[in-house]
Write a protein that binds this ligand. Structure first.
Ligand code: URP
Ligand code: ZN
Ligand code: ZN
Length: 474
């Protein structure tokens, strides 16, 4: 079995930085030692990587992606092959994608379909959450089965998109009760979809059809109200663990903070788009260009009734926000976003970004908004703990999978189409961004995927990860 020695780097964990060499035996981290402790020849290392001046971190874990998601009459444009390869380029070694049960379809069929899409295609390891698009007796039974037998222990429900993925409060309560009984996590798309649909109809009736009205019809109080309601329902359902996805609003974050202050198992994630992009610079661009940034929850303005971005950065520092994911859901402008020309409500919702999360969050380190430890914690370690993959994933320690990223703090990353990003999208939401730090080397279970600015991995290397229950509960 191949042995690899990573020498002279600085290993980062949520609890600190340590100068250490990392010895890898096959697919697993064998040992850590002080610089120079291991002799490469004595250890039989066939590969030696010099990480002097660089950081050595656990592979990134993106717990919210949508490869090939069916949405708005089309499909998210990255396949598991293209999306997982782009993820590897960005220092991600595990994704957790959202398998879909569409209304009227069985949960097991939806999951089997997702296995078929991903099997043999992925460059990196992958796991699944299950979207429950129709809560009924059958799907509740299936939730229990998936948790106990399929390694799928988290279920996403939608308070938005009536007629598509939407669950009403009664359905949500029943799904939460089932999850509480079997120890699963409920993930919530928290927006009041019924009220939003009224605002959308009113806007369209006034002739407000441009992408900018996407945000205007999804104001932050409707995110906060839904977040509050989800928290109340989770309480009534026996304190089921609740994880609010793609949080964009400071007022919604306040609801999570209050629940956490009460010692509740309520968590939230945000995404790089909410930390770095503003309404004015994106959705409000003239004409149809704003469609590039149509996603839900929407991007918000720093000049709203509060500065949401500042709230989110603070929440990340204080652990009111535990995780950063991308909600990677790419659609091309041509033929996809264009479905909403003349009617913003028909623009497929989603932004692609699986390739850029690590560097966009490292930019938070570079600008003094986040510590190195917190960068690793929110992007690597907590995602593994939150979703039952720790300590196999999310940590550089003996016995863990050798998912390792060597990070060069002295280089920069340019993002965009012009910089030839690797996602299957004809635009970038971050076009022209130049940020500090760059992926140097990526190893997945001991195999090098990225080195010397080249991809040397292969499709099919990635394996399905059966997850356990959350290891992050209070
Ligand atoms: O706009 C988004 N977020 N698209 C992906 C689906 C979802 O709601 O996460
Ligand atoms: Zn969602
Ligand atoms: Zn999503």
């Amino acid at each position: 079995m191949a042995r690899t020695l990573i020498k002279n780097g600085t290993v980062i964990s949520p609890t600190g930085l340590s100068p250490a060499d990392v010895l890898i035996d096959g697919e697993t981290i064998a040992a850590l030692g002080a610089h120079g402790f291991f002799d490469a020849a004595e250890q039989g290392a066939d590969t030696v990587i010099d990480a002097a001046g660089k950081y050595v971190i656990p592979g990134g874990i993106d717990v919210h992606t949508h490869m090939e998601l069916p949405f708005g009459g089309t499909f998210a444009s990255d396949t598991f092959e293209t999306g997982s390869r782009a993820a590897a380029w960005g220092g991600v070694t595990t994704i957790v994608d959202m398998a879909v049960q569409r209304t009227g379809e069985s949960v097991q069929e939806g999951l089997a379909d997702w296995h078929r899409k991903a099997d043999g295609e992925c460059a990196i390891d992958y796991a699944f959450h299950q979207i429950i698009g129709g809560v009924d007796d059958e799907s509740l039974k299936a939730m229990r089965y998936l948790t106990e037998h399929e390694g799928v222990t988290s279920f996403k429900l939608f308070m938005a998109y009536p007629g598509v993925f939407y669950s009403d409060d009664g359905q949500i309560l029943r799904a939460m009760q089932t999850a509480a009984e079997c120890g699963a996590m409920i993930m919530m798309h928290a927006e009041n979809g019924i009220a939003i649909d009224v605002l959308i109809a009113q806007a369209l009736a006034r002739g407000e059809t441009d992408p900018r009205y996407h945000a205007a019809t999804r104001p932050s109080p409707l995110e906060a109200e839904a977040t509050h309601r989800a928290i109340v329902l989770s309480h009534v359902a026996g304190n089921v663990p609740l994880y609010i996805v793609h949080m964009s609003a400071g007022d919604a974050l306040e609801e999570v903070a209050a629940a956490r202050h009460d010692g509740r198992n309520v968590f939230a994630e945000t995404c790089p788009q909410y930390l770095w992009l503003t309404l004015e610079e994106t959705l409000q661009r003239p004409g149809f260009e704003g469609a590039k940034w149509v996603c839900s929850t929407p991007l918000r303005s720093p000049h709203d009734h509060r500065n949401h971005q500042a709230d989110l950065w603070r929440g990340l520092r204080t652990n009111e926000l535990a995780v950063v994911s991308t909600d990677h859901c790419p659609f091309c402008m041509k033929d996809q976003k264009e479905l909403g020309l003349g009617d913003f409500s028909k623009i497929p919702n989603g932004i692609g970004g699986v390739e850029h999360r690590m560097e966009l969050l490292y930019q938070g380190v570079a600008t003094g908004q986040l510590t190195l430890e917190r960068w690793v914690e929110t992007c690597c370690t907590t995602p593994a703990r939150m979703f039952g993959m720790y300590p196999k994933k999310g940590v550089i320690a003996p016995g863990a999978d050798a998912d390792v990223v060597i990070w060069d703090p002295d280089r920069q990353t340019t993002i965009g189409i012009d910089a030839k990003h690797h996602m299957q999208m004809d635009y970038s939401a971050y076009e022209g961004f130049v940020v500090d730090g760059k992926v140097d080397t990526v190893l997945s279970r001991g195999t090098v995927l990225i080195a010397d600015d080249a991809y040397v991995g292969r499709k099919g290397h990635g394996r399905f990860v059966e997850r356990g229950l959350s290891q992050y509960l209070v």
